[in-house]
Ligand binder design. Structure first.
Ligand code: HEM
Length: 240
């Protein structure tokens, strides 16, 4: 594997772990959350530098439905990240406390809440759109060629994780926070940490599952053979 590819994968793994850590705000100290948030911002910048090719090809090539979906998700992730960083700096008591920002606390709180849950869903969708690449790499590294039966078993397993993720999404009221139907997040400080992360991993799985199959469908749909043109009543279609 090329060093750049290894770097890209390392950054992606760190960002995924960082995201899970940050979503469990109630379990960790405020200062740890802020430092991890700031680290996430640096990783986000690095992720863009390493994937700079994306910018170079942005306006080139065909705008297939799968590509448009990818662009829309990328743009929304970017906006969520911007919202998280701006509100995080305003709310910060440790890392950016020296800035002594006083105003805009109420708005920053709501923005941070909405952007963190939207960010979580969007980043997982973004991961799902590139899931085929990760599967390919894993297959190559593990020299794994699943039989038809194993493929079906893995698909069923994926569907089960996705279904459980939907249950967790509803039970944890994520939509309420995303749509800012409340001003406060409900934290259960006594909840076992592994159970919290099991639910968040499953919710991530749901988004990956949706994005992966949606992009597969759009690619197949765009590549479908165009309808053969029927001969008109005036001609057979043969050259005269
Ligand atoms: C990807 C980046 C980040 C994610 C996913 C994230 C996620 C969260 C979540 C889920 C909460 C609890 C819900 C809420 O009260 O809003 C929270 C709260 C908080 N975060 Fe972040 N955060 C991120 C970045 C940051 C950064 C960079 C800072 C500051 C340096 C920060 C500072 C805070 C503070 C101070 C709170 C408590 C807010 C309050 O008192 O209402 N976060 N964050």
């Amino acid at each position: 594997m090329k060093p750049k590819t290894a770097c890209k994968i390392a950054v992606d793994i760190l960002m995924t772990l960082g995201l899970l850590f940050l979503m469990g705000y109630q379990f960790w100290q405020d200062a740890a959350h802020e430092w991890a948030g700031a680290g996430m911002f640096l990783l986000f910048l690095l992720h863009h530098v390493l994937n700079g090719n994306w910018y170079r090809t942005l306006l080139r090539g065909k705008r297939s439905p799968a590509r448009v979906l990818q662009l829309a998700i990328d743009l929304l992730v970017f906006l969520a990240m911007l919202g998280l960083m701006a509100s995080g700096v305003i709310l910060s008591n440790h890392v950016f406390g020296f800035l002594h920002i006083r105003g805009g606390m109420g708005f920053a709180r709501l923005l941070h809440m909405a952007a963190s849950y939207w960010g979580f869903v969007l980043m997982a969708l973004h991961l799902g759109l590139h899931w085929g690449m990760f599967l390919g790499m894993a297959r190559k590294a593990l020299k794994f060629r699943p039989s038809r039966a194993r493929q079906i078993l893995l698909s069923i397993l994926g569907a089960c994780v996705a279904a459980y993720g939907i249950v967790a999404f509803v039970r944890r009221d994520l939509l309420t926070y995303m749509l800012v139907r409340t001003h406060f997040v409900f934290f259960d400080f006594r909840e076992p940490i592994p159970l919290f992360y099991l639910d968040y991993l499953a919710m991530m799985g749901t988004c990956i599952w949706i994005a992966y199959y949606a992009s597969q469908f759009l690619r197949k749909w765009a590549a479908r053979p165009k309808m053969a043109r029927r001969p008109t009543s005036r001609g057979t279609g043969r050259p005269g």
